[in-house]
Design a protein around this ligand. Structure first.
Ligand SMILES: C[S@@+](CC[C@H](N)C(=O)[O-])C[C@H]1O[C@@H](n2cnc3c(N)ncnc32)[C@H](O)[C@@H]1O
Length: 191
Protein backbone atom coordinates (compact mmCIF):
# COMPACT_ATOMS: atom_id res chain seq x y z
CA UNK A 1 0.00 0.00 0.00
CA UNK A 2 2.88 2.37 0.73
CA UNK A 3 4.15 1.95 -2.83
CA UNK A 4 0.69 2.17 -4.40
CA UNK A 5 -0.13 5.29 -2.41
CA UNK A 6 3.27 6.90 -2.98
CA UNK A 7 2.56 6.90 -6.72
CA UNK A 8 -0.89 8.49 -6.58
CA UNK A 9 -0.47 10.73 -3.51
CA UNK A 10 0.87 13.86 -5.29
CA UNK A 11 -2.13 13.83 -7.65
CA UNK A 12 -4.55 13.38 -4.77
CA UNK A 13 -2.90 16.19 -2.82
CA UNK A 14 -3.14 18.40 -5.91
CA UNK A 15 -6.87 17.71 -6.11
CA UNK A 16 -7.72 18.76 -2.56
CA UNK A 17 -7.96 22.22 -1.06
CA UNK A 18 -6.03 22.58 2.20
CA UNK A 19 -6.03 26.38 2.31
CA UNK A 20 -6.12 27.58 5.93
CA UNK A 21 -5.78 24.04 7.29
CA UNK A 22 -3.47 23.56 10.29
CA UNK A 23 -3.87 19.92 11.19
CA UNK A 24 -4.65 16.79 9.14
CA UNK A 25 -5.30 13.30 10.48
CA UNK A 26 -4.94 10.33 8.10
CA UNK A 27 -7.41 7.72 9.39
CA UNK A 28 -6.17 4.19 8.67
CA UNK A 29 -3.21 5.97 7.15
CA UNK A 30 -0.85 2.98 7.34
CA UNK A 31 2.72 4.19 7.12
CA UNK A 32 1.55 7.67 6.18
CA UNK A 33 2.37 7.75 2.48
CA UNK A 34 -0.51 10.16 1.81
CA UNK A 35 0.15 12.22 4.93
CA UNK A 36 3.81 12.66 3.93
CA UNK A 37 2.78 14.00 0.52
CA UNK A 38 0.34 16.40 2.20
CA UNK A 39 3.00 17.69 4.60
CA UNK A 40 5.57 18.06 1.81
CA UNK A 41 3.14 20.15 -0.24
CA UNK A 42 1.95 22.22 2.74
CA UNK A 43 4.87 23.23 4.99
CA UNK A 44 2.62 25.00 7.54
CA UNK A 45 0.46 21.91 8.11
CA UNK A 46 1.07 19.31 10.79
CA UNK A 47 -0.52 15.89 10.88
CA UNK A 48 -0.96 12.47 12.38
CA UNK A 49 -1.59 8.94 11.21
CA UNK A 50 -4.33 7.21 13.20
CA UNK A 51 -3.95 3.46 12.75
CA UNK A 52 -3.40 0.24 14.65
CA UNK A 53 -0.18 -0.12 16.64
CA UNK A 54 1.35 -2.41 14.00
CA UNK A 55 1.74 0.58 11.64
CA UNK A 56 3.70 2.76 14.08
CA UNK A 57 7.24 1.64 13.27
CA UNK A 58 6.77 1.93 9.51
CA UNK A 59 5.08 5.30 9.83
CA UNK A 60 7.82 6.80 12.00
CA UNK A 61 10.44 5.49 9.57
CA UNK A 62 8.63 7.00 6.59
CA UNK A 63 8.17 10.36 8.37
CA UNK A 64 11.92 10.45 9.02
CA UNK A 65 12.94 9.42 5.52
CA UNK A 66 10.64 12.02 3.95
CA UNK A 67 11.89 14.81 6.24
CA UNK A 68 8.52 15.55 7.86
CA UNK A 69 9.04 13.93 11.28
CA UNK A 70 8.94 17.28 13.12
CA UNK A 71 5.36 17.83 11.90
CA UNK A 72 4.06 14.27 11.91
CA UNK A 73 2.99 11.95 14.68
CA UNK A 74 1.46 8.52 15.04
CA UNK A 75 -1.62 7.87 17.18
CA UNK A 76 -2.48 4.22 17.83
CA UNK A 77 -6.13 3.28 18.00
CA UNK A 78 -8.91 1.39 16.31
CA UNK A 79 -11.22 3.38 14.06
CA UNK A 80 -14.08 1.14 15.23
CA UNK A 81 -13.65 1.95 18.90
CA UNK A 82 -12.28 5.47 19.09
CA UNK A 83 -12.83 8.76 17.33
CA UNK A 84 -9.67 10.00 15.61
CA UNK A 85 -7.73 12.83 17.30
CA UNK A 86 -8.76 16.46 16.63
CA UNK A 87 -8.04 17.91 13.18
CA UNK A 88 -9.34 20.42 10.65
CA UNK A 89 -9.26 17.78 7.92
CA UNK A 90 -9.54 14.00 8.14
CA UNK A 91 -8.38 12.01 5.13
CA UNK A 92 -9.22 8.36 4.71
CA UNK A 93 -7.84 6.60 1.63
CA UNK A 94 -8.46 2.98 0.64
CA UNK A 95 -9.94 2.10 4.01
CA UNK A 96 -13.71 1.95 3.43
CA UNK A 97 -13.43 -0.53 0.56
CA UNK A 98 -11.86 -3.03 2.99
CA UNK A 99 -15.13 -3.34 4.92
CA UNK A 100 -18.78 -4.32 4.52
CA UNK A 101 -21.50 -1.70 4.88
CA UNK A 102 -22.08 -2.18 8.62
CA UNK A 103 -18.39 -1.87 9.50
CA UNK A 104 -17.91 1.02 7.07
CA UNK A 105 -20.76 2.87 8.74
CA UNK A 106 -19.10 2.33 12.13
CA UNK A 107 -15.82 3.82 10.85
CA UNK A 108 -17.47 6.86 9.29
CA UNK A 109 -19.57 7.27 12.43
CA UNK A 110 -16.43 7.43 14.58
CA UNK A 111 -15.01 10.06 12.23
CA UNK A 112 -18.23 12.03 12.51
CA UNK A 113 -17.82 12.09 16.31
CA UNK A 114 -14.51 13.88 15.81
CA UNK A 115 -15.59 16.31 13.09
CA UNK A 116 -16.14 19.72 14.65
CA UNK A 117 -17.86 22.64 12.95
CA UNK A 118 -15.65 23.77 10.08
CA UNK A 119 -13.81 20.45 9.87
CA UNK A 120 -14.03 18.08 6.89
CA UNK A 121 -13.68 14.40 6.09
CA UNK A 122 -12.09 13.49 2.74
CA UNK A 123 -12.80 9.91 1.69
CA UNK A 124 -10.47 8.91 -1.13
CA UNK A 125 -11.54 5.89 -3.18
CA UNK A 126 -12.02 5.07 -6.89
CA UNK A 127 -15.80 4.61 -7.31
CA UNK A 128 -17.00 1.57 -9.21
CA UNK A 129 -18.45 2.35 -12.65
CA UNK A 130 -22.20 2.05 -13.10
CA UNK A 131 -21.90 1.06 -16.75
CA UNK A 132 -19.22 -0.38 -18.99
CA UNK A 133 -17.12 2.24 -20.70
CA UNK A 134 -13.48 2.63 -19.81
CA UNK A 135 -11.91 -0.82 -20.16
CA UNK A 136 -9.01 -0.03 -17.79
CA UNK A 137 -11.32 1.25 -15.09
CA UNK A 138 -13.68 -1.71 -15.54
CA UNK A 139 -10.78 -4.15 -15.16
CA UNK A 140 -9.19 -2.44 -12.16
CA UNK A 141 -12.41 -2.01 -10.21
CA UNK A 142 -13.73 -5.50 -11.01
CA UNK A 143 -10.44 -7.06 -9.94
CA UNK A 144 -10.35 -4.94 -6.81
CA UNK A 145 -13.98 -5.76 -5.97
CA UNK A 146 -13.21 -9.50 -6.07
CA UNK A 147 -9.93 -8.94 -4.22
CA UNK A 148 -11.77 -7.11 -1.43
CA UNK A 149 -14.56 -9.72 -1.30
CA UNK A 150 -12.10 -12.61 -0.99
CA UNK A 151 -9.42 -11.07 1.19
CA UNK A 152 -11.15 -8.55 3.43
CA UNK A 153 -14.92 -9.03 3.14
CA UNK A 154 -15.17 -5.52 1.72
CA UNK A 155 -16.32 -4.26 -1.66
CA UNK A 156 -15.97 -1.50 -4.18
CA UNK A 157 -18.81 1.02 -4.25
CA UNK A 158 -20.33 3.39 -6.74
CA UNK A 159 -20.32 7.14 -6.19
CA UNK A 160 -23.98 6.93 -5.12
CA UNK A 161 -23.12 4.23 -2.58
CA UNK A 162 -20.30 6.33 -1.07
CA UNK A 163 -22.64 9.30 -0.83
CA UNK A 164 -25.32 7.14 0.83
CA UNK A 165 -22.82 5.73 3.32
CA UNK A 166 -21.57 9.17 4.34
CA UNK A 167 -25.10 10.52 4.62
CA UNK A 168 -26.21 7.52 6.71
CA UNK A 169 -23.47 8.44 9.20
CA UNK A 170 -24.83 11.98 9.55
CA UNK A 171 -22.53 13.70 7.11
CA UNK A 172 -23.30 15.87 4.10
CA UNK A 173 -21.23 15.46 0.91
CA UNK A 174 -20.28 18.97 -0.22
CA UNK A 175 -18.30 17.99 -3.32
CA UNK A 176 -16.66 15.11 -5.17
CA UNK A 177 -13.27 15.99 -6.64
CA UNK A 178 -11.52 14.10 -9.42
CA UNK A 179 -7.99 12.85 -8.78
CA UNK A 180 -5.61 10.78 -10.94
CA UNK A 181 -5.85 7.00 -11.38
CA UNK A 182 -9.65 7.06 -11.17
CA UNK A 183 -9.65 8.24 -7.54
CA UNK A 184 -12.36 10.55 -6.31
CA UNK A 185 -12.25 12.64 -3.16
CA UNK A 186 -15.61 12.70 -1.37
CA UNK A 187 -15.59 15.80 0.79
CA UNK A 188 -18.05 15.74 3.69
CA UNK A 189 -19.00 17.86 6.69
CA UNK A 190 -21.42 17.32 9.56
CA UNK A 191 -24.99 17.40 8.25
C1 LIG B 1 -5.62 -0.77 2.59
S1 LIG B 1 -4.70 -0.04 3.90
C2 LIG B 1 -4.71 1.67 3.45
C3 LIG B 1 -3.54 2.41 4.03
C4 LIG B 1 -3.43 3.86 3.60
N1 LIG B 1 -4.63 4.61 3.91
C5 LIG B 1 -3.12 3.95 2.12
O1 LIG B 1 -4.03 4.23 1.33
O2 LIG B 1 -1.96 3.73 1.77
C6 LIG B 1 -5.87 -0.11 5.25
C7 LIG B 1 -5.35 0.46 6.54
O3 LIG B 1 -6.38 0.37 7.54
C8 LIG B 1 -5.74 0.07 8.75
N2 LIG B 1 -6.70 -0.49 9.71
C9 LIG B 1 -7.25 -1.73 9.69
N3 LIG B 1 -8.05 -1.89 10.75
C10 LIG B 1 -7.99 -0.73 11.44
C11 LIG B 1 -8.60 -0.28 12.65
N4 LIG B 1 -9.44 -1.07 13.34
N5 LIG B 1 -8.33 0.97 13.09
C12 LIG B 1 -7.48 1.78 12.39
N6 LIG B 1 -6.88 1.41 11.24
C13 LIG B 1 -7.14 0.17 10.78
C14 LIG B 1 -4.66 -0.89 8.37
O4 LIG B 1 -3.69 -1.02 9.40
C15 LIG B 1 -4.14 -0.26 7.11
O5 LIG B 1 -3.12 0.66 7.37
Amino acid sequence: MVELTRGVAPGIVGAIDLGGVRRVVDVGGGHGALLCAILEAHPAVEGAVFDLEHAREGALALFASRGVAARASFVAGSCFDAAPPPADVYVMKSVIHDWDDARSLQIVGKCREAIADGARLLVVEPPAPTARGNATLDWILTFSDINMLVNTGGRERTEAEYRALLEAAGLCVTCVREAPSFFRVFEAVRA
